[in-house]
Design a protein around this ligand. Structure first.
Ligand code: ZN
Length: 63
């Protein structure tokens, strides 16, 4: 499971989905912190695991 550091408390947040802005082609990953419950988003290109993200995208977009 893909995780990212929560910007509020520094604990691990789990990836809960991907969303894209209506006025942009940029995709954002949505995360929810396991410790404090804070929700946050990261731009895909900011991730340090882009190959893993592409794999996840392929899974989600599979019909
Ligand atoms: Zn947190």
């Amino acid at each position: 499971m893909k995780v990212a550091i929560c910007p509020r408390c520094g604990a691990d947040g789990i990836k809960i989905g991907i969303t894209s802005l209506p006025d942009s082609d940029e995709a954002y990953e949505q995360y929810c912190c396991l410790k404090c419950g804070h929700g946050f988003m990261l731009r895909e290109e900011d991730s340090d695991c882009q190959e893993i993200i592409r794999g996840a995208d392929a899974d989600i977009m599979r019909p």
